[in-house]
Design a binder for this molecule. Structure first.
Ligand code: GDP
Ligand code: GDP
Length: 461
């Protein structure tokens, strides 16, 4: 007996190329009846001594819409239901794109066998994308090159034990397959998207070597384990820990773990340098972990600034607080240094912790949740325009050459992080300082500490 494997993924990741490689010329009988749309292509695949049916979902995606076409999504959901195993392809050269996340979500919701493969992985240009693929929460990616036939032996190694399972099952006279129907994903839902059990909040802990990152992640892990019993709901790979922290599903990227992994795999050596940078890109919330004895070193400032520029919610945690003596004075100093050295993160939570004793970890969890909520905040257009009027009255924009710049209208264009657009006359003439005045006002009046705020001035043409 044999099994079926569906190749899924967004357009252009190489699904057809892989299909053709697995199937060669052995295409299955095609139902050529006119009028029948044959949207799932099937073929008989051979991989060493394995024989199976492979289902290709490619070829339907050429619709002009930016977002993943609904048809493509439906098709994938059907393939997921029909197939025993899903092979999810991403393009390691392109890295993880929003559409990849949509597929990952569909696949995570389905309790079945999912194999993640990073395609186009020939050569080192793909290393970054391979690492990024971990962020999808579907385990370790196989490095594949459909075009060059690389990584097929690894695919075989992964399929082999699974195929045994299907053969055994077939012998017991095909039990019913139990497939969860994926829920619709509502893109227009703008309530604060608190993570659900299928979509953990992505947190990265970054900081200089020896700041205590591993100790912190392990402490959180240890405490949760005490609460939930051994291993319950907790899975760990070299790069991330998936667990419930304070009852909230999270995936915590452990950059120290990434470093260890990079050491093991020589090819990834270069990546170890930039592991913090990569973790920032994965994350929704970035915890910048400082060592209380040597806080705000250049490296700390750089990574915090990067998190801001990448638009992540940021929490600053000062570690090794157990070793500090004059805590009150120290805290005042830290706050002062924070404001002076990281003005772009104004209002971000500053939490003192001890990764060693566990003190302060509940406050850290609360700060992470708060930063995440603010990052998702949406302000209504009505509120914004009333606010804009009052700001303009308090402090009118300048009037270069005697002509006052008019700020006409304002709306929130996006969340995660919050982004606003102001329609105005002569946007190019509005000084930077006025934009800062607006951003700081937004932050205070709408209670948005600890999140980057984007403000765009746009002319009306
Ligand atoms: P699909 O839309 O997912 O079916 O993607 P295709 O199989 O049509 O491939 C999209 C493009 O990626 C084509 O130009 C392929 O030649 C190219 N491609 C596919 N696999 C690889 C690979 O392993 N390495 C590289 N560099 N390119 C590939
Ligand atoms: P990483 O390189 O950022 O992962 O740092 P580690 O977790 O390996 O910690 C570096 C060193 O700092 C180790 O010797 C830890 O025992 C120590 N350390 C970590 N957290 C604390 C803490 O909260 N208090 C004290 N006193 N030492 C700590």
């Amino acid at each position: 007996m044999s099994f079926s494997l569906a190749i899924v993924g967004r357009p252009n990741v190489g699904k057809s190329t892989l299909f053709n490689r697995l199937v060669g010329k052995r295409l299955a009988l095609v139902d050529d009846q006119p009028g029948v749309t044959r949207d799932l292509r099937e073929g008989e695949a051979r991989l060493s001594d394995l024989r199976f049916t492979v289902i290709d979902t490619a070829g339907l995606e050429n619709e002009t819409d930016d977002s993943l076409p609904a048809r493509m999504r439906r098709l994938t959901e059907r393939a997921v239901e029909e197939a025993d195993i899903c092979l999810f392809l991403i393009d390691a050269r392109a890295g993880i794109l929003p559409d990849d996340e949509v597929f990952a979500e569909i696949l995570r919701r389905r309790a079945g066998h999912v194999i993640l493969a990073a395609n186009k992985a020939e050569g080192s240009a793909a290393d970054g994308g391979v690492i990024e693929a971990y962020s999808l929460g579907l385990g370790e990616p196989i490095r594949l090159s459909a075009e060059h036939g690389q990584g097929l032996d690894e695919l075989y190694q992964v399929l082999l034990p699974l195929s045994d399972g299907f053969e055994a099952r077939a012998a017991e006279e095909a039990p019913e397959t139990n497939v969860a129907v994926p829920e619709e994903i509502d893109e227009d839902d703008d309530s604060v998207p608190m993570p659900t059990s299928t979509k953990p909040l992505q947190v990265a802990v970054v900081g200089r070597p020896n700041a205590g990152k591993s100790t912190l992640v392990n402490k959180i892990l240890g405490e949760e384990r005490l609460l939930t019993g051994p291993e319950a709901g907790i899975t760990r790979d070299a790069i991330s820990v998936r667990m419930d922290w304070g009852g909230v599903p999270m995936r915590i990227f452990d950059t120290a773990g990434m470093r260890r992994r990079a050491k093991v795999q020589e090819k990834l050596e270069k990546l170890s340098v930039s592991d913090g940078i990569r973790a920032v890109k994965f994350a929704e919330v970035v915890v910048v972990l400082l060592d209380a004895a040597i806080p705000f070193e250049v490296q700390d400032l750089k990574i915090a600034d990067l998190a801001e520029r990448e638009g992540r919610a940021v929490v600053v945690a000062v570690n090794k607080w157990d070793a500090e003596d004059h805590k009150q004075d120290k805290l005042r100093e830290l706050r002062e240094a924070f404001e002076r050295l990281l003005p772009q993160l104004r209002g971000a939570p500053l939490v003192t912790v001890s990764a060693r004793t566990g003190k302060g970890l509940d406050r850290l969890q609360a700060a992470v949740m708060q930063a995440y909520t603010v990052w998702n905040r949406r302000v209504s257009t009505g509120q914004l325009n009333r606010w804009l009027d009052s700001m303009v009255q308090r402090h009118p924009p300048p009037a270069p050459q005697g002509r006052r710049i008019k700020l006409r209208y304002m709306t929130q264009a996006k969340t995660r992080p919050p982004g606003f657009v102001v329609m105005c006359s002569h946007p190019d003439k509005l000084p930077e300082s006025y934009s800062r005045f607006l951003v700081n006002g937004l932050r205070e009046d709408f209670d948005m500490p600890g999140t980057p705020i984007r403000l765009t001035m746009r002319g009306q043409g």
